[in-house]
Design a protein around this ligand. Structure first.
Ligand SMILES: NC(=O)c1ccc[n+]([C@@H]2O[C@H](COP(=O)([O-])OP(=O)(O)OC[C@H]3O[C@@H](n4cnc5c(N)ncnc54)[C@H](O)[C@@H]3O)[C@@H](O)[C@H]2O)c1
Length: 197
């Protein structure tokens, strides 16, 4: 049994807007580094799609799944995100790239269904890691406004921890899930179920 987990991912500042909503006055905002939708740099979008989708998921699967074809019990696990279901504000590149990962998970599950390779994904909610720590926490460890917003939208009221991922990863990669392919499992403390009201 071989398992491939496509875990590399992340965002790029050039694919991120400064504000969640576009306002008329943004057109006259000349502050250094201020970015509207119209300032998004294709290089940032390209970087993010390359990292999460092409280089982080599709190409490694081409490389490693070659040895899985025709053998029983092999599976691929992709890492999607809450952004794939409903995009978070400010990060269209990352959201689109993770949507591509979820979509590709379904596509590849169907494509490999005759040759013994299952393909599933997890969609973590919010976990404090190197890619988001500076966005969600201040130097003193207190929450940034965005961090507060995320916790307030997570019914369980906390960030996830690595231990929260383990049982789902084991389940999806184990033979006990032999009839499960093409699903994306949220691990999010209720974030995706909550309307905010
Ligand atoms: N942290 C979260 O809240 C969260 C939520 C949903 C999904 N994710 C996803 O989980 C995965 C792991 O992220 P994380 O939160 O642990 O962040 P992280 O920044 O700690 O880990 C990202 C990993 O990707 C690797 N990586 C980045 N660019 C690479 C490249 N070009 N080639 C090879 N490896 C590269 C890094 O070395 C690092 O190990 C990512 O796919 C991320 O998008 C994270």
């Amino acid at each position: 049994m071989d398992i491939l987990i496509n875990g590399a991912g992340g965002n790029h500042p050039l694919g991120t807007t400064s504000n969640p909503f576009f306002q008329m006055e943004d057109l006259n905002n000349t502050a250094e580094g201020f970015k509207t939708f119209f300032d998004l740099d294709p290089k940032g979008i390209e970087f993010t799609f390359n990292l999460n989708f092409l280089g982080g998921t599709l190409i490694p699967t081409q490389v490693f799944a070659t040895d899985m074809v025709g053998r029983d019990g092999c599976s691929v696990l992709n890492i999607s995100s809450m952004n794939a279901f409903t995009p978070l504000t400010k990060i269209p590149a990352y959201s689109g790239a993770k949507a591509a990962v979820s979509n590709f998970t379904q596509w590849l599950a169907v494509h490999f269904s005759k040759v013994g390779i299952r393909v599933n994904a997890i969609a973590p909610g919010f976990f404090l890691t190197d890619q988001n720590r500076a966005l969600l926490t201040n130097d003193d460890g207190s929450a940034t406004p965005r961090g507060e917003q995320i916790i307030s939208q997570t019914p369980m009221g906390r960030y996830g921890t690595p231990a929260d991922l383990v049982s789902t990863v084991n389940w999806l990669c184990d033979d006990g899930a032999a009839f499960i392919t093409g699903i994306v499992v949220p691990i999010d403390g209720g974030f995706s179920a909550y309307s905010g009201v």
